[in-house]
Design a protein around this ligand. Sequence first.
Ligand code: PEP
Ligand code: MN
Length: 337
Amino acid sequence: MIVVLKPLCSQTTIERLTRRIEELGMKPHIIIGVERTVIAATGPEREGMQAELEADQEVERVMPILAPYKIASRETRRDPTVITVGSLTIGGGTIGVIAGPCSVEGEESIIEIAKIVKAAGATALRGGAFKPRTSPYAFQGMKEKGLEFLAAAREVTGLAIVTEVMTPHHVELVAKYSDVLQIGARNMQNYHLLQAVGETRKPVLLKRGPSATIEEFLLAAEYILDQGNQQVILCERGIRTFETHTRFTLPLATVPYLREKTHLPIVVDPSHGTGVASLVPSMSAASVACGADGLILEVHQNPAKAVSDGAQTLNPAQFEATIATCRKVAGALGKTM
Ligand code: PEP
Ligand code: MN
């Protein structure tokens, strides 16, 4: 349920109500809004709880949260969540651009591509050091060395680092080097991993599972939020359908639909969503047009030589042109990119 406090209530009141909610067997999540503070209470609800909290002098009203995802729901928070970490801002009218290779391939190459994407308008650098590959025989990533190279690229360019963490055992390690923890599509329902990143206070980029419904996607985000980490970025990256012309099918209606249901920012990954580099520029512009708060794009100096996902990767000139087009679309919508 949502406990809406009266305007300008004191810290002591917030603490007192938080304790009371805990005594009632529920978990309090304090959400400080522009106008007032609300406490989202999650967990099993008993009869009479609502009336008891409503009777409190400092409480304006208590409402049930109807959506199965509670903290992620728009019912809990009207203001959009804006995430800022270093060079990257996502949401609130600012479109974040996360760009870089599928995999980190070496120190020199990641620094070089970081400079290229930054010059073309990227606000964060992506690159996998731990790679979830379909085949166990495919390149699995440079692991900790790759993380060191990403940190070196941040040192040189100032770009925030977005990189994937695949297992709860690596959360501390990946968090040490990166700014945003990426949860890959294959791990969207790895609940222990979601809880582990939820225990950190790093922003998390959560990719939609290729066969997950939007409700399952939002409930996965809820696992992170329920651990007290409020910085979750949702990422539509394409779903599996009967279609085989593209690697996945990129359903852009997800963006305005999620906008209605959640306050969390939404980014789109047209690289994995299509699997075809020639389709990425148009789908990037379309993503901005339908309201995405950010893009995550694979870019490489020489896509033909990329160790993974070369077919869907833009070269520097294509990336630059894509950003130029997207900026015009963003401008038409009154957004900054
Ligand atoms: C990636 O970003 O390189 C990646 C593996 O993405 P996804 O988890 O969406 O397949
Ligand atoms: Mn990839």
